[in-house]
Design a protein around this ligand. Structure first.
Ligand code: FE2
Ligand code: FE2
Length: 131
């Protein structure tokens, strides 16, 4: 799955990681279509959580390095997302179509909205700082 042009921030590592996130979500969607086993689902969710943490941390490091003025509200968005994902994992320890549907509806949409809003704004700040 290729990241739609409208989600591109122009910051290479950020776009690369967003692309990876989209690929993970696409894998989960495929797991639903194929009715794959529980282990594949658990692995994909655990990997998503790990990757999200890693990605947020890197963005936050850049916010600090480049004195990003919106860093507090952006970090707060990240924290809320981590919390939502944690709650989701507690609620759905096993594969179910309902779980995938909930993930797609809530979490996938959140990521896309976040990239389109907060992350693009941050990307612009990073690009300007690195000029
Ligand atoms: Fe991001
Ligand atoms: Fe972000």
């Amino acid at each position: 799955m290729v990241l739609d042009q409208k989600y591109v921030t122009g910051v290479v590592w950020q776009d690369f990681q967003h692309q990876e996130l989209m690929t993970l979500i696409a894998k989960l969607r495929k797991a639903r279509a194929d009715k794959q086993d529980k282990d594949a689902f658990r692995f994909a969710i655990a990997f998503l959580a790990m990757y999200v943490n890693h990605h947020f941390k890197l963005e936050e490091e850049y916010m600090d390095i480049y004195y990003y003025p919106e860093k507090e509200s952006h970090k707060k968005e990240h924290r809320e997302y981590v919390k939502t994902l944690k709650e989701f994992r507690l609620k759905h320890q096993d594969y179910s179509e309902e779980a995938i549907d909930e993930l797609m509806k809530k979490i996938n949409q959140w990521i896309l909205n976040h990239i389109f809003g907060d992350d693009k704004q941050l990307g612009l700040h990073i690009l300007n700082a690195e000029k």
